[in-house]
Design a protein around this ligand. Sequence first.
Ligand SMILES: NC(=O)c1ccc[n+]([C@@H]2O[C@H](COP(=O)([O-])OP(=O)(O)OC[C@H]3O[C@@H](n4cnc5c(N)ncnc54)[C@H](OP(=O)(O)O)[C@@H]3O)[C@@H](O)[C@H]2O)c1
Length: 216
Amino acid sequence: MIIGIIGGTGKQGTGIAKRILYNTDYVVYIGSRDQQKGISHAKKLEKQFSGKTIIGGSNHDAVEKADVVIVAVPFDSLEEILINPFKEKLKEKIVIDCINPLKFKKKGVFLFQPDGKSVTEWISEKIDNPKVVAGFKTISSSLLNSMRTIKQDCFVASDSENAKLVVKEMISSILKTRVIDSGPSFTARYLEAMTALAININIRYNSKDAAFKSTL
Ligand SMILES: NC(=O)c1ccc[n+]([C@@H]2O[C@H](COP(=O)([O-])OP(=O)(O)OC[C@H]3O[C@@H](n4cnc5c(N)ncnc54)[C@H](OP(=O)(O)O)[C@@H]3O)[C@@H](O)[C@H]2O)c1
């Protein structure tokens, strides 16, 4: 199984890649707008995770080669980076969306959802594919990159039950934590809001540890 990460050179993409390499035998393809940047980022990670397969290159190659595509770029750049170039290619793939449409202002962190919808719904509509699954939205890059044990739950949401099942199993093996199915893709609106809340609480308490664990 090859997992391609669009924006794999960033904080969240790197953290997810590290957890994949540490806990699984999935092949990771680090994608970037700049092919050389993707290659050198993959080489750095390769040194830390010997024996695992990690490849770097362009976002185009990451999409082309991947069985499952993780999107880890800022929301504002999605149309340019993902939708316009890969609309057709992504129709057949499972796409994991970890994007939170947030704006950092003086008062705190605000949610800016497109037409009040989750990014998961938005991507799904744009690429005309129900196999878009919200995942990793409430898991911070600082926790992922720290390699500390993850004690909080991770949540998945999607309109495709099959894709959600596949991603639920995948994330459970990647993060070694409980993965909770929150329902259809509209419930990703609330996962994105949960992240905004957690960051605001962290700002208030000068912490990085506010997170969600269900009593389920
Ligand atoms: N950071 C977190 O704790 C966290 C937690 C949960 C979810 N997320 C979500 O994950 C996504 C990535 O977050 P991040 O913190 O990893 O962001 P980031 O490090 O700023 O950016 C990720 C990557 O996206 C590309 N990129 C950055 N700015 C861009 C722009 N203006 N236009 C096009 N591409 C750009 C870059 O890749 P190349 O230059 O290599 O193309 C960059 O390495 C966001 O949507 C965020 O909401 C983040």
